[in-house]
Structure formats: C-alpha cells, structure tokens
Design a protein around this ligand. Structure first.
Ligand code: HAM
Length: 425
C-alpha cells in the first residue's frame, strides 16, 4: 500500500450510495428543461484556448489563473473547459443555429468543468455544472424564465433557504459611463489596492468591485454604483425583468455590487445564494446573466443571449446544510435465497428470467449460509425474498415472502414470473 496513488486535489469520487443522488438531481434537471423547453447540447470537454480567452475574457481570474491549458501533440493550445457558456456559443455559431426556424434557441448542458482554484468546501478543481443558455431573444421575459428555472430546480429538490440577488450591468453606454466614474474614484488611491486591482483599473475596473482581497477597503463602500449610470433603455429593461419576477411570485434582492466574475455580461446579472446556517464561506449556488455581445465576439451575427450555471456539488452541500433528504430509492424487487447446490444453480436461470421481465433482482454469489443470505437481502432492501430449498425444488415450488408484511405464499416454479408480475406491479 505504500506506493498507493491518491485522487488529484480538488476532485472527488462519487461512490454508490451518493451517485444515486447525482442521478436524481440530473433527472430532475432534465425533466425541468423539458417543461421549460430547453434541449440538451453536449460539447467537448476541451476547446481551443482562444475560445475562453475571447469568450470568458482575458482579464478574468478564470483565464488568468485557473485554466487547465495544455499543448497537444500537434502543437495546439487546448484548455479543459472552465465553464459552459463559451462552448455553447461556439457551437451555436459553428452550427448556424441562428438560422434555426425555432427561435430563441434554448439549450442546456450537464457536465464536468475544470478550474485550477484553491480547493475548499464547495470549491473543486473538477465540478459538474448544470446550465442553460437561451440565444436569440432580447425579451426580458426570458431573463425571468431562466431565473425561475434555476430556482425551481432547487425548490423541487427541497431547498428552502434561498436568496435571489439581481443587478443590472446595463448596456455599453451605461458601462462606459460607469467605467469612467470607477477610474476617477479608484485612481488616486489605487496604490493601496492589490496588484490584481491595479491591473484591473486600466483593463476592467468593474472587476475591482468583485475583489476578495480588497473587499473591506473604504473606497469599496463609496464606489459609484452601476444603477446610477443606467441608460433609460437599460433601466426599463431591468424594471421589466423585476416586474416579471414579481408576477411569478419570486422574491429577490437588488445588489448594485453584484458584478459577476466573467466578462461577457450586460443587463441582467444574478446569483442564487444559500441562507442555510453552517453552509460555509461560499454561499453562491448559481450564477448567470445576459451576454448580448458574446455571439458576435465568437464570430457569429449579433445575437442576444442569457443563461445560468450551477454546480451539483454546491447544490448537494446546500441540501446537506438544510438537512433536506433526497427521495433516493434504494431497494430491489426480489432477492433469491437458495439452499443446496442444485437449488443454488437453479436460481441462475430464475434470476435471469426476473431481470428479463424488468425486475431488479439479485442472488448470493459467495456461497453464504441461508441466514447470511437473508441479511444480504435486507441490506439491499429487497421488497420480496424468494426462497428455493431442496424440497421446494423437488416439488417444483418456490416460497415467496413479502418483506413489508412478512406474508409468505407458495408459488409453482413454472408460473413464478407471471405470479411475481401480478403481485409486484
Ligand atoms: P460562474 O459563476 O463562474 O458562472 O459559475 C457558475 C456556478 O458554477 C457557481 O455559482 C457555482 O455553483 C459553480 N462553480 C463555479 N466554480 C466552482 C468550483 N470551483 N467548484 C464548485 N462549483 C463551482 C459561469 O460559469 C457562467 N458560465 C454561468 C452562465 C451561464 N452565465 C450565463 N450562462
């Protein structure tokens, strides 16, 4: 065991017992997407590095510090995807989905993303994002739809302590005006800020507002707020989104400092946080927003877009913090217990027939004594245990016991499957 190889830092194995929870969450996400009419897209795990540099943005932490970038044997620079939006947009452009008769194009994805971040509770280097992207509509109703979809997923899985935070990052004109105000505000004392912020001042001053290192600096609190720089159009757009949310009975909080960590956003930006006690330092469960310039940036025609992504890891952590149990069903229809070599061999065929008929079924493979076989049946939560002993085999019968009420019946072996269908369905 001395030269045992361990799992890489920031990754995790999802073992049986837990993987069922993941499946349930994925099933629920897919079912919701069906209701909201989003269709699945599957893109590669790696993309050309340029895609993220252009899509996510050169000045973001993701591109500057967190990407898993490698050169392949053909000398190309490739990157394990740190998020799903850039890839969905690339695919949208590549497959000319802007020409689809069905507009807007509504996509969803579930899959692993990779970021070289410092691992801690709720933060992994490989994590699974569920995300949706709606491209081709600038209707604020779709912003509200996307937000409500994300919330529904959490709610239908049993989360209650949720907080929706929303902001508008405005359009180009709003942002240019806000940008100038930020530069004027921070410039005189930028020397008191971290080197990242000093670089951000020129390239992307809005990102200073999102800095964790300088969060408590007094200039942060007095910084100019984007809300004061919104154009009438942007303000009207934002008002529409919030009105639609209210119409849907969705509560929210407006936070003018919510800027998000990726460059492509404008207009609506939102995050869903957990309010659960003991959830830990990272409370953001889900993030998203509008990205009206991104399709053009990736080489497509001018197309508005909006989406969100959330990680299954943080969703599960929030469920645990709230003590919400997922209704994971861990039981099987029938466990075959046998006594004697002949009966034991006979159960091979019987087990096969049960499974062919669509039942989940199991038998002993370790030559266990009858008592241990019953214990094994208990461990897998068998609804029924069918017992085949030497005598039963001679008399061509099998004993079927319902574990829920202990009732036992004898069934002729030849009609066992038919009978089982009757009682187990
Ligand atoms: P993001 O805020 O970078 O946005 O990530 C979205 C969500 O992914 C986070 O709220 C969190 O649940 C999860 N997440 C991010 N990093 C980690 C990590 N290291 N470990 C565990 N979970 C993590 C995006 O990725 C955008 N693409 C969202 C979007 C879609 N905007 C528009 N469309």
């Amino acid at each position: 065991m001395s030269n045992q190889i361990k799992i890489p830092r920031g990754t995790q194995d999802i073992l049986p017992g837990d993987s069922e929870k993941w499946q349930l969450i994925e099933t629920k996400a897919r079912e919701l997407c069906e209701r909201y009419q989003y269709r699945e897209i599957r893109t590669p795990i790696f993309e050309h590095t340029d895609l993220f540099q252009r899509g996510v943005g050169d000045t973001t932490d993701i591109v500057q510090k967190e990407m898993y970038t490698f050169t392949d044997r053909g000398g190309r620079s490739l990157t394990l995807r740190p998020e799903g939006t850039a890839a969905a947009v690339r695919s949208f452009v590549e497959h000319k989905m802007f020409g689809n008769p069905n507009q807007p194009v509504k996509l969803y994805y579930i899959g692993p993303m990779f970021r070289y971040e410092r691992p801690q509770a709720g933060r992994f280097r490989q994590f699974v994002q569920f995300g949706v992207e709606a491209m081709g509509s600038a209707d604020p109703a779709i912003d509200a739809e996307v937000i409500s979809l994300a919330l529904r997923l959490y709610q239908e899985l049993g989360l209650k302590k949720l907080k929706l935070v929303i902001n508008s990052l405005g359009d180009k004109i709003s942002r240019t005006a806000h940008r100038e105000a930020l530069v004027t505000h921070f410039s005189p004392r930028i020397g008191e800020f971290c080197t990242d912020c000093q670089n951000r001042l020129e390239k992307n001053p809005m990102r200073i507002l999102d800095c964790k290192a300088d969060r408590d600096h007094e200039l942060m609190r007095s910084a100019p707020s984007i809300i004061d720089y919104l154009t009438d159009d942007s303000r009207n757009y934002f008002n529409k989104v919030t009105t639609f949310l209210t119409d849907m009975g969705i509560e929210f909080e407006v936070d003018a400092n919510l800027v998000r960590g990726l460059d492509y956003y404008n207009h609506t930006a939102f995050e869903i946080m957990s309010n659960a006690e003991g959830f830990g330092a990272i409370t953001t469960l889900c993030g998203g927003g509008r990205y009206n310039g991104l399709v053009e940036e990736i080489g497509g025609p001018e197309t508005p877009g909006i989406g969100f992504a959330l990680s299954v890891e943080r969703l599960i952590a929030a469920l645990e913090a709230e003590g919400a149990e997922l209704p994971v069903k861990e039981e099987i229809d029938c466990y075959l217990v046998s006594l004697g070599d002949e009966a034991k061999d006979y159960t091979v065929g019987l087990l096969h027939q049960l499974r062919m008929a669509g039942f989940s079924a199991e038998r002993d493979y370790l030559d266990r004594k009858i008592k241990a076989q019953f214990k094994a049946a208990d461990r897998v939560n068998a609804k029924y245990v069918a017992v085949l002993g030497e005598n039963e085999l001679k008399e061509k019968k099998i004993n079927l016991k319902s574990m829920a009420d202990g009732v036992q019946i004898e069934v002729p072996l030849e009609s066992f499957i038919e009978k089982f269908k009757e009682i187990c369905r």
